[in-house]
Design a protein around this ligand. Structure first.
Ligand code: DAU
Length: 246
């Protein structure tokens, strides 16, 4: 399994904080935001990690994170020329890096405490399909992808920011894919907002019945709004004080 962190995009929702810097470099309590998804991937045992960002900010990530030696992993960097290409477009840029192996993708603004190691080991053994990770979010799931499941945990549908959510389970920005993911991306068409959507990609796996969903306990998308960024800061401070994270 190889790792990919998406730290591109325009982050217009966080302006003016993101006018001259990249969202994923903003502080969340005592660390830059990207440290949290990076730490989650490192703990999962994945040792080769690609950081995707825009040409404006790629150097900042290299300055901050370097070769990865300080974390005991190997880091690589790639530029997404079109910052509005969409998450699936960003994933496609990891094809050469993945080199036919499975891929663990984590959005650079996602902070969570879930231990990905067992899922990585399970998926590497299984070898085919995809896993999405959901979280129960009764009030706000409208602004995320929404996963509908039956009582056995089988995924029935995934919709991107639906007006009328079919469940209270939000799709997080954590995904595991087999090596066919790049073929699936090649068949995607841009959505109404002009992006190649990760939800459309996940629906390819759903259609062939190789998609699984795992529920995680706490998760926050620090990049959605100023309020969520503030909430992420407070939540991380609280988790550190309680010893839940370091
Ligand atoms: O965070 C979870 C949500 O992420 C999911 O529930 C949604 O299904 C999924 O579409 C996505 O929604 P967002 O609207 O929050 O995505 P956003 O455009 O904010 O991008 C998420 C991250 O991906 C962000 O850290 C920047 C990065 N990104 C995004 C785009 C569009 C890229 O690196 N390149 C891109 O082209």
């Amino acid at each position: 399994m190889r790792g990919l962190i998406l730290a591109g995009g325009l982050a217009t929702r966080l302006r003016p904080l993101t006018q001259v810097t990249n969202k994923h470099l903003l502080p969340v309590y005592n660390k830059p935001m990207i440290f949290y998804p990076l730490d989650s991937i490192i703990k999962s045992g994945v040792k080769e990690i690609l950081i995707l960002s825009s040409s404006d900010h790629a150097g900042h990530f290299a300055n901050l994170l370097g070769s990865g030696d300080q974390f005991g992993v190997r880091l690589y960097y790639v530029i997404q020329d079109n910052p509005k290409g969409g998450i699936a477009n960003a994933i496609s840029l990891a094809e050469e890096f993945a080199g036919g192996q499975n891929l663990l993708v984590v959005l650079g603004d996602n902070i969570f405490g879930y231990d990905l190691k067992p899922a990585v080991e399970y998926f590497d053994k299984k070898g085919k399909g995809a896993i999405v990770f959901g979280v129960k979010m009764p009030t706000e799931s409208k602004q995320y992808g929404v996963i509908e499941m039956d009582t056995q945990g089988k995924v029935l549908s995934i919709e991107e920011k639906p007006e009328h959510p079919k469940s209270d389970i939000a799709q997080t920005g954590i995904y595991m894919y087999d090596s066919r993911v790049f073929d699936f991306v090649r068949n995607l068409k841009p959505s109404q907002r002009g992006e190649l959507e990760v939800t459309d990609l996940n629906n390819h796996y759903l259609k062939e019945a190789t998609l699984e969903c795992r529920l995680i306990d706490w998760w926050i998308d620090a990049g959605t709004s100023h309020d969520e960024l503030l909430r992420a800061n407070n939540m991380v401070a609280e988790k550190i004080a309680k010893g839940v994270i370091k």
